[in-house]
Design a protein around this ligand. Structure first.
Ligand code: ATR
Length: 536
């Protein structure tokens, strides 16, 4: 018989009752986010802990990152004296189990016992070590009076959660921590269902690692996880996909998430570059709307749709490559979306029906309307893909005189026919003047710079227009923009379109006007930061 099982059966009545009371009390006052702190030496670790002590008084000391974990404890005692309100977890994860500690299980236990003596109220030991512990070692750990977190990490997948949990329950731990890896978005749902099933039985901590695990890192607490983990700073993540503790609190407002919080997201593949979470979460916070907005990296649309149903997700921003593919999953789309043949906004009604809209149209129309009357305005749209279709149909709807030019003439002509616009050849350009020329091609986008070098979209001579509108927003200063600026032509930047399409989504979801200025401000800030990062 495994030792854990024996121990649990023979000691459960006394040890577990008292420790469960302790852990329940502890859970009640634990903050939602525990910041994982690493460091090359004790001084660095304590300095970082000092930085977090006020705003995030729950810290995990990753002792396994230190060459000499015990060297931390004299400093830790000093820290505790000045910060008695801070909750502290001591973790000394062994290298075999995803950590860095190279010592034996006995040495690990010894370090955890000393950490508790130095003031850590919680100690973490992984299941793999627990299976090797003798009764005397358990006794040593329990005698410290610290709450024991028994943890298990699956670095490959999310499976057998209940089986793992049941095995873990045979040990006398106060918290059961089960961490898996999300291979697809729906793994988060599996984790949250597991937490819902088990969190009434005993204190559980659960989340999925990996880029696909974002949903559970944020929402697992409302499924019953006692708390979650956040990184101290970028580059210091202690697990794949770990989010900054500050981002969890400030962007995602994790302290306010509850069962009635609505979940929205932007879905695409790839999606990590998207600024939509920044603007939407800013908007929700500003308008006091109880909602959270996540970046969802869906590798298949089936995976996404299963999450929409099971989480449930209340609304989606849809981006490449799903704008067309999503149509067949929707119950209804508005007329404009049907005409364009692409949907970038989904709202889920209370009865679970999905409605699709295309707010790229508003993204094009609103910035233009602020500068000119669209009725009769002469507008040239470059391109005939999804973005161009939204611009062309939207502009025609407002009575503009729309021209289309496209590299592949056939596609351009087809769109012109559908929208009753005019298709023109490049050679006609020098004889025409426009109120605005819109770049709705992908030329100029970050990954497309090489192509742009070979073949500029237009030459300076062909730029006979009062305004240009650059739909590309990363980078902000494309060749098209620079050429217009050199000629003194005012530019409508892609970031403005991005904000307005988002603002319209916000209105559809919340029924409230969007805080456009605030959204614009955060986008500029984020783009400026990106630009600086790019220059480093
Ligand atoms: P989106 O959904 O962003 O509009 P898309 O549907 O792939 O993306 O459309 C891309 C548009 O950019 C198309 O009009 C494409 O022209 P083709 O129809 O000839 O493919 C245009 N495009 C892409 N690369 C281009 C380039 N190097 N020069 C000119 N046009 C280009």
């Amino acid at each position: 018989m495994a030792f854990g099982l024996y121990y649990a059966r023979s000691h459960i009545s006394m040890t577990n009752i008292s420790s469960n009371i302790a852990s329940r009390l502890l859970r009640q006052r634990l903050p939602r986010v525990c910041v994982a702190v690493i460091g090359k030496n004790p001084a660095e670790m304590v300095t970082k802990a000092e930085d977090f002590a006020r705003d995030n008084p729950f810290i995990e000391f990753r002792l396994d990152y230190l060459p000499q974990p015990v060297a931390l404890f004299p400093k830790l005692k000093g820290f505790v004296e000045y910060h008695p309100h801070v909750n502290m977890i001591a973790t000394c994860r062994r290298a075999n189990n995803g950590g860095r500690f190279k010592g034996s299980v006995a040495a690990q236990v010894d370090i955890l016992v000393k950490a508790a003596a130095a003031g850590c109220q919680l100690i973490d030991i992984e299941l793999e070590s627990a299976t090797q512990l003798k009764a005397a070692s358990w006794e040593k750990l329990r005698k410290t009076g610290a709450a024991i977190i028994l943890s298990f990490h699956d670095f490959r997948s999310t499976k057998n959660l209940d089986k793992t949990y049941q095995k873990m329950c045979t040990y006398p731990a106060d918290f059961i921590k089960v961490v898996s890896t999300a291979q697809e978005l729906h793994d988060n749902v599996e984790m949250m269902k597991f937490l819902e099933r088990r969190s009434d039985e005993r204190p559980v901590i659960g989340l999925c690692m990996g880029e696909q695990g974002l949903i559970s890192r944020l929402l697992s607490m409302r499924a019953g996880s006692a708390f979650t983990f956040g990184a101290a700073s970028a580059g210091e993540e202690t697990g794949p996909g770990q989010i900054l503790a500050r981002t969890l609190r400030e962007t995602f407002r994790i302290d306010q998430l509850d069962v009635s919080t609505r979940v929205y997201g932007v879905v695409g593949d790839p999606i990590s570059h998207s600024l939509s979470p920044v603007i939407m979460n800013t908007g929700f916070r500003r308008e006091n709307f109880n909602a959270v907005y996540l970046a969802l990296h869906a590798k298949t649309i089936q995976d996404l749709m299963a999450c929409v149903r099971d989480i449930p997700i209340h609304g989606l921003s849809v981006t490449l490559p799903y704008k067309e593919a999503i149509l067949k999953y929707l119950d209804r789309t508005d007329q404009m979306t049907t005409k364009i043949g692409a949907c970038n906004t989904v709202i889920r009604s209370q009865d679970g029906k999905l409605y699709g809209f295309n707010t790229d149209v508003a993204g094009v129309i609103r910035p233009l309307e602020q500068r000119m009357a669209l009725l009769g305005a002469k507008i040239l749209v470059l391109g005939a893909g999804g973005a161009a279709r939204a611009a062309v149909f939207g502009l025609k709807d407002r009575g503009a005189d729309v021209y289309i030019m496209n590299r592949t003439a056939g596609t351009g002509q087809k769109l012109a026919k559908q929208a009753r616009a005019k298709f023109i050849q490049r050679k006609q350009l020098s004889k025409l003047t426009f109120d605005c020329i819109i770049n709705a091609t992908s030329v100029g986008m970050d990954g497309d710079l090489g192509k742009e070098k070979e073949q500029p979209l237009l030459t300076e001579k062909e730029l006979n227009t009062k305004f240009i509108f650059e739909m590309v927003y990363t980078p902000a200063e494309t060749k098209f923009v620079k050429m217009a600026q050199a000629k003194g032509i005012p530019v409508i930047f892609g970031s403005e379109m991005f904000v307005h399409q988002g603002a319209r989504q916000f209105e559809i979801w919340t029924g409230k006007p969007a805080p456009v200025d605030e959204m614009q401000r955060v986008v500029h800030h984020a783009l400026a930061q990106r630009g600086q990062a790019g220059k480093k």
